[in-house]
Design a protein around this ligand. Sequence first.
Ligand SMILES: [Zn+2]
Ligand SMILES: [Zn+2]
Length: 280
Amino acid sequence: MAELRAFFSSHEDLTQVILYALVITSLWVAEVSLFGYSLKNKWKHTAVNSLFIFTALPIQLLLTTFIVLISSWANIHHWGLINFIPYHHNAWVYYITLFILLDLCEYVYHVIMHKVDTLWKFHLVHHSDLRVDVSTTIREHPGETCVRTCFLMLWTFLLGPAVGVLILRQTFQSISNVSAHTEFRLSPRANKIIGLLFITPNLHHVHHHYQLPYTDCNYGDVLSIWDRLFGTYTELDREETVFGIDTHMDEKVNGNFLNVIKVPFQKLERKENHSVVKKN
Ligand SMILES: [Zn+2]
Ligand SMILES: [Zn+2]
């Protein structure tokens, strides 16, 4: 047992991957049992998304090594914005400030992925899922995995967080991302309270609505405060939410891994060219 504990504490990234897989699998089983889906249909949808694990994992594990190196260098040299924050030697101030700043960075990253045409071509693969469930969490084009991890290198360089902060942040981020995609939704009352601070499934489902302006709203990663602050917060009832992206609604393309992988290399049809519904 002690050897097992020692192994997992020295392989943090592997531990995170195993925990992530366990949470996703449990929620997937819960979705099948509680929503009464046919196992065949649910599995057909999940199979496509599951293949993204094999492209994401090697990229993520390789590039994480560079993030750890940047973090260690920054800490040895007292480099990064965190060193200018008053009372940053206090562990609470240090962890909470960096957590909030990293969340702001993720918000900025998500907005960039939507607004820069070349990057949107990769990010729309995540949005092209015509049914959002827990497996959508891992539907990420390998090109986006590279870009996302490179941005995290940049944030690590600018802010200078210790590896411990990055691990804590990754844990919260994984829980938040998985729960944001699950088909389980909060009651309107619970959503009002929890959504004041955090991104809920109800809020992220709006981000997956197929039409503008909803696609360009609720960019938040863990916290919803940035959307409220920068005017990108919005709500939409489940009954009115249609998953997908209006430029890529073809089920034959979206339900085939190899077709989806090719999407970023095809001509981009801007989502702005499509019907924009009036925001409530
Ligand atoms: Zn998005
Ligand atoms: Zn999503």
